[in-house]
Design a protein around this ligand. Structure first.
Ligand SMILES: [Zn+2]
Length: 187
């Protein structure tokens, strides 16, 4: 089965700390005049979920991202500059979807601003306990998947009963829906 469009079909609120994030400070733009390359990788549950090689060149960065399901995407992200009162120049990413200036880009496969990937900060839910969260976390580990992925597209692990597999998928799905409802009610 083709896994293209994995993230597109599963549009649900996510937590920023569960997505690969690229902070503009990590690119070290003080040396932006010189083209420079840097490689980043992100893990979840001890498993690499994506790697990116970033090449800064003048007013943009080329991000070549590979996700754990072996898909890759190439993006040219523009920089914007502002002049803070204390002097110097502050650089921002320009979100490729909405054009907003942002400090951090998040990957829901392609890198975008927090709003465009529909993600919330951990502090926005830190004191909330949603029913089924612990079960969903355990289910993701058992199915070898990570948050933000559609459980319907996960392959059943060898030796696992279909009944168990379906139950685990359902646990993930309902926790995701509960979280999404919680976030949507507060946006
Ligand atoms: Zn955006």
């Amino acid at each position: 089965m083709s896994r293209v469009g994995l993230h597109k079909r599963y549009r649900i609120a996510r937590k920023t700390n569960e997505l690969p994030a690229l902070d503009i400070a990590a690119l070290d733009l003080r040396v932006a005049d010189v083209p420079s390359g840097k490689t980043f990788s992100w893990q979840q549950n001890g498993r690499v979920v994506g790697t990116a090689s970033c090449t800064v060149s003048g007013e943009h960065v080329l991000i070549e991202y590979k996700s754990c399901d072996r898909r890759s995407v190439s993006q040219r992200i523009r920089f914007a500059s502002t002049k803070p009162h204390f002097g110097g120049v502050r650089r921002w990413f320009v979100c490729p979807d909405c054009g907003r200036k942002c400090n951090t880009l998040y990957s829901s496969f392609a890198f975008k601003c927090r709003k465009c990937v529909n993600a919330v900060y951990p502090s926005q839910y830190a004191y909330v306990r949603l029913a089924g969260e612990a079960e969903a976390r355990r289910a993701r580990v058992l199915l070898g998947t990570v948050a933000g992925y559609d459980p319907a597209l996960v392959t059943k692990p060898k030796g696992m009963h279909w009944k168990t597999f379906r139950r685990l998928q359902k646990q993930i799905r309902s926790a995701d829906v509960a979280f999404d409802e919680y976030v949507q009610a507060r946006l």
